[in-house]
Design a protein around this ligand. Structure first.
Ligand SMILES: NC(=O)c1ccc[n+]([C@@H]2O[C@H](COP(=O)([O-])OP(=O)(O)OC[C@H]3O[C@@H](n4cnc5c(N)ncnc54)[C@H](OP(=O)(O)O)[C@@H]3O)[C@@H](O)[C@H]2O)c1
Length: 244
């Protein structure tokens, strides 16, 4: 069974991605700082009915200097890791002029530096297996822009660039690298948006609705499937037509 690491797999989009990949038969290792009741429920369901497997390992991805050792432990415990979803992220919002420098630093550390170092550590496993699939969770604001999200947007734009260049670097070795850019999705990250803001986003989208966690998870599931073997270096938008 192929091992896939999903960062931020304890809730929101990450939890939905875990559910989809497990149903597709993968052994998923969800990583976050804290376990959640929802993830524990999914683990119970998996034991009863799904075809894959689910594990949780606590790790704080801010601790970038400890990532290599953490991955070494995962490989020793589970064997080669041939899938990675870089999903954990911070959505810190604020007007740039008044934003604290340490908030910006945290954003870059968790949204850019940590996935880069994690990918570097896990790719070694993929190289020895000569197969692999990496999906980075970006955002439509990386290209559209959004007032109050300058720092966040910059981190997601960085991940788009990372995705494209890494796809070139790893393509000859049979490893695909893609990004998925969701529009606004209701999760803990976005709970501070007012109902008015939500309604505005919905009204402006081509389909007049908001995408769901399951829509993003389905796209990730597709990128992990055999049908997507010739798709690499892309940024797939899942936004109910917000950017159409
Ligand atoms: N929701 C949206 O509208 C939206 C739109 C576009 C893109 N995205 C992107 O989608 C991804 C997931 O977003 P979401 O809405 O599902 O967010 P969320 O509900 O806030 O979940 C974030 C996940 O990341 C984990 N995490 C946070 N800090 C961490 C750390 N230091 N170390 C390890 N894990 C950490 C959290 O667990 P712990 O707190 O326990 O560590 C949690 O599992 C993010 O990259 C986000 O930028 C979201």
């Amino acid at each position: 069974m192929r091992n896939v690491v999903v960062t931020g797999g304890s809730r929101g989009l990450g939890l939905g991605i875990c559910r989809t990949l497990i149903a597709a038969g993968f052994q998923v290792i969800a990583v976050a700082r804290r376990d959640t009741a929802e993830l524990a429920d999914l683990r119970e369901d998996v034991e009863r009915s799904y075809c894959g497997r689910l594990h949780f390992r606590a790790f704080d991805l801010h601790q970038t200097s400890a990532i290599a050792q953490f991955v070494k432990g995962l490989r020793a415990e589970f064997g080669p890791i041939t899938g990675l979803v870089n999903n954990a992220g911070l959505g810190s919002a604020g007007i740039l002029a008044t934003m604290r420098e340490d908030t910006l630093e945290e954003l870059v550390r968790l949204n850019v530096l940590a996935p880069m170092i994690l990918t570097k550590s896990i790719v070694r496993s993929m190289l020895s297996e000569r197969q692999g699939c990496i999906v980075n969770i970006s955002s439509i604001v990386s290209t559209t822009g959004y007032s109050g999200l300058a720092g966040y947007s910059a981190t997601k734009a960085a991940m788009n660039g990372f995705t494209r260049s890494l796809a070139r670097e790893l393509g000859p070795l049979g490893i695909t690298v893609n990004a998925v850019a969701p529009g606004f999705i209701e999760t803990e990250m976005t709970h501070s948006l007012t109902p008015g803001d939500r309604e505005k986003v919905q009204r402006r989208s081509a389909l007049q609705r908001l995408p769901q966690v399951t829509d993003v998870a389905a796209m990730v599931g597709f990128l992990f499937s055999e049908q997507a073997r010739n798709i690499t270096g892309t940024v797939m938008t899942v936004d109910a037509g917000s950017t159409a």
